[in-house]
Design a binder for this molecule. Sequence first.
Ligand code: PBG
Length: 326
Amino acid sequence: MNLIRRPRRNRQSAAIRDLVQETRLEVTDFIFPLFIIEGEKTKTEVESMPGIYRRSLDLLLDEIQECVDLGINAFDLFPNLPESKKDKYATESTNPDGLYLRAIGEIKNRFPDVCLMTDVAMDPYSSDGHDGFVENGKILNDPTLEILGNMAVAQAKAGADMVGPSDMMDGRVGYIRNTLDSQGFTNVAIMSYTAKYASAFYGPFRDALESAPRFGDKKTYQMNYANSREALVEAELDYAEGADILMVKPALAYLDVIKLLKDNFDLPIAAYNVSGEYAMIKAASRNGWIDGERAMLESLTAIKRAGAKIILTYFAKEVAQLKANA
Ligand code: PBG
C-alpha cells in the first residue's frame, strides 16, 4: 500500500511512544484525601475502600510522613465524628479543641511545608447528615453561609492552607472569601467544589465518615448529572466570588465538564476522583476482572488529559509508590 500517513510509526517503540506522549502524571499533581478518627493507635479500614483507613492522629502523622517521603505534598483532611458530637448547627466544627482543628494544627506544626486543604461543609458534624442547615426538612441556603464562614475561619486559624467548600450553597465562595479576609486570612486559598454533582459515587465516602443524609438526598444543592452548561454558571459565580481553583466532582463520568471548565476559565482546574470510582477499580481488580494498576493509571491520566491539572485521589500513595519503585 502507498500510505503517506502511517500513525503507527509514532507507536513503534517505547522510546518513540514516550516522545509523543502528551500527558504525564506527576506525584505533585495529587492531593491525597485522609480520614481522621478520635483515639490512639487506632486504624480501621473503610470496608468499601480497600487500602484506605480512618486513622487516629498519631498514626495519621506517620502516614503523612510516608507520603511526604514519596513526594506527595498536598492533603485533604476529613473527620469521622461520633454521633454524640453531631448537632443541627455543626457546632463541633468550630471547637478549637475538637478532633479536626487540633489535627490541622498538629499536622501543620510537624509538616509546615505541605499544603493542607480542609473541608468546609456541615455534613461530618451535622445530625441531619446534610451539607447545609436544615429546618422543617429543607436545606436553608443563607443561614448556612454564616456557619460555613465561621468554619472556614476556624480552619484557617488552626493552620489550613486552602479551604474546600464542598457544600454547594449559593454564594458561599464570596461569603467565605470575605469572612477570611476580614479576619486577616487573605493568604488562605479557596478550592471551590464548583461543579459538584448529586452522584451515586459518593457512597463509600459516606461509609468512611458515617455521614450519609438522615433523610432525603442532596439534589436540591448538588447538581443534576444530566447538565453541563449549569457548570459554567457555577464556574462564573465562583470566579467572580474569588475562588482560586475550580474543581469538578466526580471525575470519571464528568470528563466533558472538566474540559468545559478548562476551555472557558483561566484558573487552575482540579477534579475529585471520588470514593466510588476508587471502589469500582478495587472491587473489579480484587475479583481478577481487570488489572487494577493499569485501570488506575489509565483513569488518572484520562482525568489529566481532559484538563484537570490537580487530582484529588485515594490512589495518590499507590501511584507515588509505583513511581518510586519504577
Ligand atoms: C460532603 C462531601 C462528600 C464528598 C466530599 N465532601 C460527599 C457528599 O457530598 O455526600 C465525597 C468524596 C468522595 O466520595 O470521595 N461535603
